[in-house]
Write a protein that binds this ligand. Structure first.
Ligand SMILES: Cc1cc2nc3c(=O)[nH]c(=O)nc-3n(C[C@H](O)[C@H](O)[C@H](O)COP(=O)(O)OP(=O)(O)OC[C@H]3O[C@@H](n4cnc5c(N)ncnc54)[C@H](O)[C@@H]3O)c2cc1C
Length: 469
């Protein structure tokens, strides 16, 4: 799997002087997308059956009852979506393998909004239904419910918290807030879930009288929180403890871009593939509470993990001069932009700017036969081209073709977009017969993905990673 190329030309003082080793690949989980859909659909049917079993349809006889029934159903399915959210947030490797991070992120966004609408709908519909049944005004009924029913006040607080999380995720708001603020607001989700859980178990008609439904509902919570606990907390603690990662060296690649080498114990036993990424938490006094995602920029070799980081904001600025010896808490590996995704013998790698990192690692790791591997590397200026020497050396060692496309789009040197369908086909005439791996800035990625679709390249041959959630 690994080529003989080793990045050994780099000063790697603290890395053990051992040979590169073949590292194990992450396990393949025996799960398919259809399995996931079947389980999700099956549970949705069970929830509906539970509501029918508890006499829900009888409510449909009156208008007030229709509102109440819609309120009950939206509570059940709103909560179900919240639990699915927990699993989507769990960073489970099996989910990563089946759907890839981008689809998970999209699903997380839409399932989240769906859950909030249903839970808000539950509050409104139930209040209106009860008010109509009693001939009271919805406002009076709302105040009565808040004041007299157990845990209704708590669930109202939960809904407000969910709404806050939802508003912070609306794109216009998200763009204005820092990632940290957005993330901190998201932590309130856990409090909201706890408040809503008590409300459901002690007030929900489906659970107060039926012990089987109660056990089933608690089991759903246990599965969701268990998945979160195992993969989001247990797995990172396990690998960080076992491998004791620390910074071995920091090397400037070009101004504003530095490679950080991590070493650790038994790295040759860490299952990981080129193209994957980790969430790194550097355990310094001022930085231990922040974890940021970075891709491997060299194929795993059992000796060190290399990450190459562009200075973009305050955090990536501090990383450019991280002291050697700093311990690092590592979560991962994540991501499906790996050789395992290949469907064809030939591969095209399309990198933009710092999006070169996972593709540089893949250039080193993917099986090479003359003509199989082509890299297109797009950069705004010569100063943005990272790894030029490494890439040229790797290309000649592995028989790969490299096209550097350097210059600003629309400038005199680059009047036409070289990544439009005509440009791409000119550079890679057999593009339709290749797997294409893409990573780069958002705008460039959208243009490349649209070009690939216009070239009628099937989705299963297109693999990409976004550098922003
Ligand atoms: C899967 C993945 C792989 C990545 N690989 C690399 C890489 O190999 N090299 C590289 O230079 N950059 C990589 N990035 C981007 C890198 O994570 C961000 O540039 C970095 O976190 C910015 O932090 P900052 O505080 O310096 O900048 P800021 O200006 O605070 O943030 C810039 C943007 O980075 C994103 N971001 C910030 N903090 C986080 C966080 N904690 N978690 C997730 N996203 C965040 C947000 O979209 C934000 O708008 C990767 C991102 C992802 C999602």
């Amino acid at each position: 799997m690994n080529s003989t190329y080793t990045t050994q030309s780099r000063a790697l003082a603290a890395a053990p002087a051992r040979k590169n080793r073949r590292v194990p690949v992450p396990r393949i989980w025996p799960v398919t997308a259809n399995d996931v859909y079947a389980i999700l659909g099956g549970n949705a049917l069970l929830i509906l059956a539970m509501w029918i079993r508890h006499g829900g349809p009888a409510l449909l006889a009156t208008t007030a009852g229709v509102f109440t029934a819609a309120g009950e159903i939206s509570a059940l399915f709103g909560t179900y979506l919240v639990l699915i959210q927990l699993i989507l947030m769990s960073r489970s490797p099996w989910l990563d393998q089946v759907f890839g991070q981008d689809k998970i992120t999209d699903a997380h966004r839409w399932v989240g909004f769906g859950a909030i609408w249903l839970l808000v709908g539950h509050g409104v519909l139930t209040t209106v239904g009860y008010a109509m049944g009693l001939g009271a005004s919805p406002v009076d009924e709302f105040l009565t419910l808040l004041g007299t029913y157990p845990f209704v006040l708590w669930s109202a607080v939960a809904i407000v918290l969910f709404m806050g999380v939802g508003i912070s995720s609306v794109r216009a708001v998200r763009r204005r807030a820092s990632y940290e603020t957005w993330y901190a607001i998201h932590l309130f989700t856990y409090l909201a879930i706890a408040l809503g859980f008590l409300h459901q178990l002690f007030v929900g008609v489906d659970f107060t009288t039926d012990p089987i439904a109660r056990i089933y509902w608690i089991a759903l919570y246990l599965v969701a929180f268990g998945t979160l606990a195992v993969f989001r907390f247990g797995q990172p603690i396990n690998i960080s403890w076992r491998h004791r990662f620390r910074v071995a060296n920091v090397v400037e690649e070009v101004p504003g871009v530095a490679s950080i080498y991590l070493t650790g114990r038994e790295l040759e036993q860490l299952p990981v593939r080129a193209g994957q990424w980790f969430r790194l938490r550097f355990l310094t006094a001022g930085g231990w509470y922040r974890a940021h995602p970075f891709s491997l920029s060299a194929a795993p070799n059992g000796r060190f993990l290399r990450f190459t980081i562009k200075e973009l904001g305050d955090y990536t600025h501090t990383l450019q001069s991280m002291p050697v010896g700093t311990p690092v808490f590592v979560e991962g590996p994540y991501g499906a932009l790996t050789g395992a995704a290949r469907t064809r013998a030939r591969v095209l790698l399309v990198a933009g700017g710092i999006g070169i990192t996972p593709l540089r690692a893949l250039l080193e790791e993917l099986p090479a036969a003359r003509g199989n591997l082509t890299l297109i590397y797009r950069a705004s200026g010569p100063e943005d081209v990272v790894f030029k020497r490494e890439i040229d050396e790797l290309a000649s060692l592995r028989g790969a073709t490299v096209h550097y496309l350097v210059g600003r789009r629309g400038s005199a040197e680059m009047p036409v977009d070289p990544l439009d369908p005509r440009g791409m086909r000119r550079l890679v005439p057999d593009i339709n017969d290749r797997d294409i791996f893409v990573c780069g800035p958002a705008g460039m990625m959208s243009r490349v993905l649209s070009t690939l679709r216009r070239l009628r390249i099937p989705d299963k041959q297109i693999h990409y990673e976004r550098f922003a959630f």
